[in-house]
Design a protein around this ligand. Structure first.
Ligand code: ATP
Ligand code: MG
Length: 278
């Protein structure tokens, strides 16, 4: 009996907050938000993993100037283990790099499914946050990652196609996957009013046609330092910690850190992986 208790204690699972960063449209700033948010959460003392889920066009490692020899595709092919491909970014951030041409999770064999769930399960127990940088578009892969996450952070910017694309994504997620809650972050704003206006426009359409609750997370201003840091292959909040966009991203991390810890099955990394690959 006591042995059994010991076993339960050692196997106790720490809940992890799984956040998918998305936006529907390409180039709205999903990767920049994911990377800098992940590092800001590390700076606040959290254990964070960033999963580059842009499997067609991986770029988190390149944006941070990190070298990878192997990636998720090699894990799926059984050539190495997940722990072998994780690279360490700034402040202890763990990064799971993707690759061009990685197989769709839906094409994996049951053995591969089980393998990848197991692999994430082994390394995921210590995490506070798993941030997923998704690709643009509404592909099955993007939808898979989002519906497996607990929270969806939709990045929008002041372009008509950004609003229509994010609305189209929310519609699919709401009508076909019963997702009812989205966090909205305005990016590249000229002033704070622009962010609020964007949110009001999106809320207006959603309340008419969808059964969703939107939560406004605020705005990240347009900041030339974002582009400069991409060129330098450094995270902006490290290269330009005092820039306007960095300050906004750090405030965002503090806000997200206060989100309640999941107490149900969705706070379990294994549950996330099962939802992802099933
Ligand atoms: N707040 C900002 N201010 C200025 N430029 C920005 C800001 N956020 C992102 N950018 C710039 O916008 C471009 C697209 O950013 P990013 O790659 O993060 O977008 P994405 O949504 O991940 O794109 P993709 O859909 O191709 O994955 C980059 O050149 C980046 O430097
Ligand atoms: Mg990207």
């Amino acid at each position: 009996m006591s042995r059994m208790n010991d076993f339960n204690i050692s196997k106790e699972i720490k809940p992890v907050k799984v956040i998918a960063v998305t936006g529907g449209k390409g180039g709205v700033g999903k990767s920049n938000v994911s990377i800098n948010l992940a590092i800001a959460l590390c700076q606040l003392g959290n254990k964070v993993m960033l999963l580059d889920a842009d499997l067609g066009l991986a770029n988190v490692d390149i944006m941070l100037g990190l070298k990878t020899k192997k990636n998720l595709a090699n894990v799926l092919d059984g050539e190495c283990e997940l722990k072998d491909i994780i690279i360490e970014g700034p402040h202890g951030l763990q990064i799971v790099p993707a690759s061009s041409g990685t197989k769709n999770m839906a094409e994996l064999s049951p053995m591969q499914h089980a393998g990848i769930i197991h692999a994430f399960n082994d390394i995921g127990h210590n995490l506070d946050f798993l941030i997923i940088d998704t690709a643009a578009g509404i592909t099955d892969m993007v939808v898979n990652f989002i519906q497996a996450a607990q929270d969806v952070l939709a990045v929008v910017c002041d372009e008509p196609t950004s609003i229509t694309d994010v609305y189209a994504l929310m519609k699919v997620l709401n009508k076909e996957h019963q997702i009812t809650r989205f966090h909205v972050l305005a990016n590249m704003t000229k002033n704070s009013q622009e962010g609020r206006d964007l949110f009001a426009t999106l809320s207006g359409v959603c309340s008419r046609f969808l059964d969703v609750t939107l939560n406004y997370l605020g705005a990240i201003p347009f900041d030339d330092n974002v582009r400069s840091s991409v060129k330098k292959q450094k995270a902006m909040i490290e290269a330009f910690p005092r820039s306007a966009a960095s300050i906004a991203l750090k405030a965002l991390a503090k806000k997200i850190q206060r989100w309640p810890v999941p107490t149900n099955a969705s706070g379990n990394i294994e549950f996330f992986m099962e939802r992802l690959v099933s």
